[in-house]
Ligand binder design. Structure first.
Ligand code: PLP
Length: 490
């Protein structure tokens, strides 16, 4: 179960305040053949050195002080497992950046991309094209209610950006309300809507964005003691923000249906319904950002399906095709599409609905259906991660809370269970973040690539991970959390 060779965790990329992780498993439970990658694990350390040298000289990496990182050259992956050029294998407990829902190298998706490449690699968005129209139809079929029309983008930020633009244009208003503890992307408007420290260096950003607090009972902004109190008070707070900003000024409310990077915050029963009611009452466009929570991550096609809430716009990316080729988009209700029936929509992208990306999306949605991915994600949630993480809670006093659903889980680490003081401070970096670095290092040393953010470890592997590998990942976390326990001050 140990990696065939171990990496030095001190040589790995620093824990960044962003979605940087990966996990892996060998074979998914469902229908994958054994690895067929041309690279044999451990085959070529010299190639790894060459890649590292070129990378360090010429690649400028996201969110990083360029001299503070040492990106690991990756040779290949299969299912929920990837490996480097030294022969180290890692179970990817972060699905790369929580996008690899279908796992590495699914043969059906690889084949679909190859077939589309033979047929037609690219075509301008102004044409109708087979893979694009098929992907749009299939996404409309699985989307809730009358969200039947898709505007394709290249990723999540462009999706949230365009959703805000649509909300403004259809309402004729300009303000967008967005939650603290959120991430909506790194382009100008998307980063302004983001409710975490990644926004700060880009301010002042897009005018008209106002932030509010969403529900988070464990660290309640409303002194609530129960889920019901948290729900009622968070909704009262949101109503107050709307009233103080001027309801007739507010175009849209954007929120992550289940907050992802900022903590896997599952809304209490009634919250999303309450947001929907406020939007209806004030004529505000409700935007559910499902870039991370959608496409099976929460055990349903879309996370909103858990609450039977129908937003006006859903943004998606990541899991739509697991990032085999970049793709994102906005799914809109017919009424929003109709608003642009006789006037042009003032937005577009050269690669909107790229044929290779759309072919990958079609194949991925088919795989979800054929291989029972949603059912598998649900059963991993209720049968493995839910009980498995609770068992870890019983064994580790550094765990303040575990929470999640489907294959979307967080372990919140604390110095003290009574005071709930975070294991590392909010937005910690450098020496302040050392305890989390140590936990991450302990995971990697044991062959688990975790997803870490602030004082949390997220368990978010590909949805195709086998039960056996999920349990193996939890067993590694069990060992690594011993490191976190050593920082507890009780
Ligand atoms: C909820 C959410 N929205 C938007 C984005 C931005 O997506 P992208 O990185 O594809 O631009 C992310 C990325 O992590 C996300 O998690």
């Amino acid at each position: 179960m140990e990696p065939s060779r171990l990496t030095d965790p001190t040589k790995e990329t620093a824990v960044m305040p962003t979605d940087q992780t990966t996990d892996q498993t060998t074979e998914p439970p469902i229908a994958h053949d054994p690895p067929t990658s041309p690279v044999t694990p451990g085959a070529d350390p010299r190639m790894g050195d060459r890649i590292r040298k070129d990378d360090r000289a010429h690649v400028f990496h996201s969110w990083s002080a360029q001299h503070a990182i040492e990106p690991l050259p990756i040779a290949g992956g299969q299912g929920a497992t990837f490996w480097d050029y030294e022969g180290n294998r890692y179970l990817d407990f972060g699905s790369q950046l929580v996008n690899l829902n279908i796992g590495f190298q699914h043969p059906k998706i690889v084949e679909a991309i190859k077939r589309q490449a033979d047929l037609l690699c690219t075509v301008a968005p102004s044409f109708a094209e087979s893979s694009r129209s098929q992907a749009a139809r299939m996404i409309a079929e699985i989307a809730p209610g009358d969200l039947d029309v898709v505007f394709f983008t290249n990723g999540g930020a462009e999706a949230t950006e365009n959703a805000a633009r649509m909300a403004r244009l259809v309402t004729g208003r300009h303000k967008i309300l967005a939650a603290y503890r959120s991430y909506h992307g790194a382009t100008a408007g998307a980063i302004t809507m983001t409710g975490d420290p990644r926004r700060w260096p880009s301010e002042p950003g897009m005018p008209g964005v106002v932030h509010f607090f969403g529900p988070y009972l464990y660290r309640s902004s409303f002194a609530a003691q129960t889920e019901q109190e948290e729900c009622e008070r968070a909704l009262a707070h949101l109503r107050e923000v709307i009233e103080f900003e001027g309801p007739e000024q507010v175009a849209g409310i954007i929120l992550e249906t289940v907050v992802g990077t900022n903590g896997i915050l599952v809304p209490p029963p009634g919250y999303l319904e309450g947001v929907r009611a406020l939007c209806d009452r004030y004529g505000i466009v409700m935007i559910a950002d499902e870039v991370m929570a959608g496409f099976g991550r929460c055990g349903e096609w879309f996370a909103v399906d858990h609450w039977n809430v129908i937003p006006d716009l859903i943004t998606f990316a990541k899991g739509v095709n697991s990032g085999y080729v970049p793709l994102g988009g906005v799914i809109m209700r017919q009424s929003i599409a109709d608003a642009f029936a006789d006037r042009p929509f003032p937005g577009g992208l050269t690669y909107s609905g790229h044929p290779l990306a759309c072919a990958a999306a079609v194949a991925s949605i088919e795989v979800f259906k054929e291989e029972g991915i949603l059912e598998h994600a649900r059963s991993l949630g209720t049968g493995v991660f839910g009980p498995g993480l609770l068992a870890l809670y019983d064994r580790h006093r550094s765990i303040g809370q575990t929470r999640g659903l489907g294959v979307f889980w967080a372990i919140e680490l604390v110095k003290n269970r009574q005071t709930r003081e975070m294991l590392v401070p909010y937005n910690a970096s450098g020496p302040d973040a050392a305890p989390m670095q140590a936990v991450v290092g302990a995971c990697k040393k044991r062959g688990l690539w975790p997803f870490a953010h602030f004082n949390r470890i997220h368990a978010v592997p590909p949805l195709v991970i086998s039960e056996e590998d999920a349990l193996r990942g939890l067993a590694i976390l069990d060992e690594a959390l011993g490191v976190a326990d050593s920082f507890v001050e009780e």
